[in-house]
Design a protein around this ligand. Structure first.
Ligand code: SF4
Ligand code: SF4
Length: 98
């Protein structure tokens, strides 16, 4: 793969990641959170194993689930999922949130 294409794809990936408002909802922040979900001093959520997050994980109540890219769960529902930037963006892909 050429370096220009790699740079372009990296930029697009960063743009996609930047859309997340870190509400934590997709990681269970509003009901039964993943054991790896943490909150920073500004009230935003982050994953303490972000670079290695995919795979079998557990919630604080002990439920086992698979952590997958958020793109793969946009058709699912979770508590307060109306907050999710990707769910808001999805029906209007021509409209960029930020
Ligand atoms: S492991 Fe997955 S579900 Fe758990 S906090 Fe990290 S990103 Fe969210
Ligand atoms: S629900 Fe959407 S906006 Fe909120 S943390 Fe998950 S991916 Fe980001």
């Amino acid at each position: 793969m050429g370096s220009e294409l790699k740079d372009y794809l990296r930029l697009k990936e960063e743009e996609w990641e930047d859309m997340c408002i870190r509400c934590g909802g997709c990681c269970g922040a509003f009901d039964d959170p993943c054991e790896h979900l943490c909150k920073d001093g500004n009230g935003k959520y982050y994953c303490d194993i972000y670079l290695h997050r995919f795979g079998r994980r557990r919630t604080v109540s002990g439920e086992v689930f698979d952590c997958v890219p958020v793109k793969k769960i946009l058709d699912r529902h979770w508590k307060n999922d109306f907050l999710c930037a990707y769910k808001q963006y999805r029906p209007f892909p021509w409209f960029k949130l930020k």
